[in-house]
Design a protein around this ligand. Structure first.
Ligand code: ATP
Ligand code: MG
Length: 446
């Protein structure tokens, strides 16, 4: 098959510069894969038959960032785009399941491609040579199969992060993992313990935000439950409840797919029901109940995400959404306004996504509730538009107003403001200064 890859001008110029210096450069990795898939690559990576020393001096006239110059990687800013240029290298020996003990440079592109993780990532391209594909990457692209370069067990045990990279690529590209890859991912999963939490979390989030994350959860439950052991009891856990037709794990996987591909939402769905197996009770009719699973799941999520080095802001947000995921306010103005006092506008609008995803993974008999969620969302947006207050700071009166009414300073001020807010939400009074002052006086007199 003939491939004419259209390259941006700045990339052609970088390749020409390398040629001029006598060290041929090749496009490698994700940009070749994505271009062959018909997608526009996010960035271009170049591998060059040049020593790290040579690379440093190749690009005068360009802005060069010495990202890992000692190890043969520089970032050249070309036409405003950062382009990573790396010295060709061959596979070193791995003893720690994380990185090679030493870097060995080479001028053979095939050797460089051989150390790469998956066949679809192990192709190179040069306009004059065309595609260089020694490991059947094109064939795998056509079959939409992800396979390791060489022996899967060996490659995944050299660097266990590749297990999560495999899950990520399957999720993002919708590829089917080769059976040998699945088998090796299961066998080598214990080595994930050697990988830093930061790198695990980074790959996990990319995997979760892929279009086929739910499918990947079913293809790779073992590695996933190795990085999150708390999830293991959910696998095969029968809910025995009329709302549910899936296992806890199956339900979770479906909800992940059903919500927008954003980090906070996908993490929320992954962990929203994780405590169910831990809090389950079964009644005399054999129906299972999961009282308190929201609080327990939120608590477990905090521990898991913190352990995985997730940033605190995301942890807090995810835990709040999990804590509130099961609240289903009635669809009338007062109920929705009271709900907003509890969760606030921003979280309420995120919870709409969470609730839809959750419902879509429940028994179809309950799907009649979708319009109720739509109506809740409309009402939340309407209240937001009219500026309905959801915290005391948004009331048309403040503490000083109450002091000047003669209410003594101290806890009574806060309590009165809270009562006023409740009254506004309850529809008993408008959020209007005079009306609130009158009501505050009444409350003080009681
Ligand atoms: P994207 O940039 O879209 O995330 P990518 O394929 O470019 O995808 P990178 O993480 O940028 O992925 O890595 C660039 C290339 O380097 C990969 O395509 C692969 O050939 C190689 N590579 C990266 N990480 C590893 C690894 N852990 N083991 C083996 N090869 C790797
Ligand atoms: Mg890349």
């Amino acid at each position: 098959m003939e491939h004419r890859i259209i390259l941006p001008e700045y990339i052609k110029q970088l390749l020409a510069r390398l040629d001029f210096r006598g060290c041929p450069g090749y496009l490698v990795g994700g940009c070749v894969r994505d271009t062959l898939l018909g997608a526009v690559p996010e960035d271009y990576d170049i591998a060059a038959a040049a020593s790290p020393q040579t690379l440093l001096h190749c690009f005068d006239g360009y802005k060069v960032v010495q990202t890992g110059a000692r190890y043969g990687t520089v970032t050249v800013i070309a036409d405003g785009h950062p382009v990573e240029i790396t010295s060709l290298r061959r596979e070193g020996v791995y003893t720690d399941s994380r990185h090679p003990d030493e870097v060995v440079y080479t001028d053979d592109i095939i050797e460089d491609l051989a150390r790469r993780d998956f066949t679809v990532n192990a192709m190179a391209y040069r306009p004059d040579t065309g595609l260089i594909d020694p490991f059947g990457g094109q064939k795998d692209l056509q079959r939409r199969v992800l396979s390791c370069v060489g022996d899967a067990d060996k490659r995944l045990s050299e660097d266990a992060l590749r297990i999560l990279r495999a899950m990520r690529f399957c999720s993002v590209l919708g590829f089917t993992p080769d059976p040998a890859l699945i088998q090796a991912a299961n066998a080598q999963a214990p080595l994930l313990e050697k990988i830093s939490a930061e790198r695990i979390f980074q790959e996990l989030v990319k995997m979760l935000c892929g279009k086929y994350a739910g499918t990947v959860m079913h293809q790779f439950p073992v590695p996933l439950c190795t990085v999150i052991p708390e999830l293991a009891p959910a696998v095969d856990f029968d809910q025995k409840n009329p709302h549910h037709i899936y296992t806890v794990y199956g339900h979770i996987a479906k909800t992940v797919d059903a919500c927008p591909p954003e980090k906070v939402l996908r993490l929320t769905m992954l962990l929203h029901d994780i405590a169910k197996p831990y809090v389950m009770t079964e009644d005399e009719k054999g129906i299972r109940h999961f009282r308190g699973h929201q609080e327990r799941s939120a608590g477990m999520a905090r521990k898991i995400l913190t352990r995985l080095s997730c940033d605190k802001k995301t942890v807090d947000k995810v835990c709040r959404l999990i804590l509130y995921h099961d609240i289903r306010p009635a669809v009338d103005r007062v109920s929705i306004h009271r709900y907003l006092l509890q969760v606030g506008y921003a979280d309420a609008l995120l919870l709409v996504h969470v609730r839809r995803a959750d419902l879509s993974a429940q028994a179809p008999a309950y799907h009649f509730q979708f319009p109720l969620i739509d109506q809740s969302e409309e009402m939340i947006r309407a209240l937001q538009k009219e500026g309905a207050p959801v915290c005391v700071q948004e009331l048309a009166v403040d503490g000083r107003d109450l002091l000047s009414l003669g209410i003594p300073s101290g806890p009574q001020i806060g309590e009165t403001l809270a009562s006023l807010l409740q009254s506004v939400a309850g529809g008993e009074v408008e959020n209007e200064r005079q009306a609130l002052l009158t009501l505050a006086k009444q409350l003080a007199g009681e």
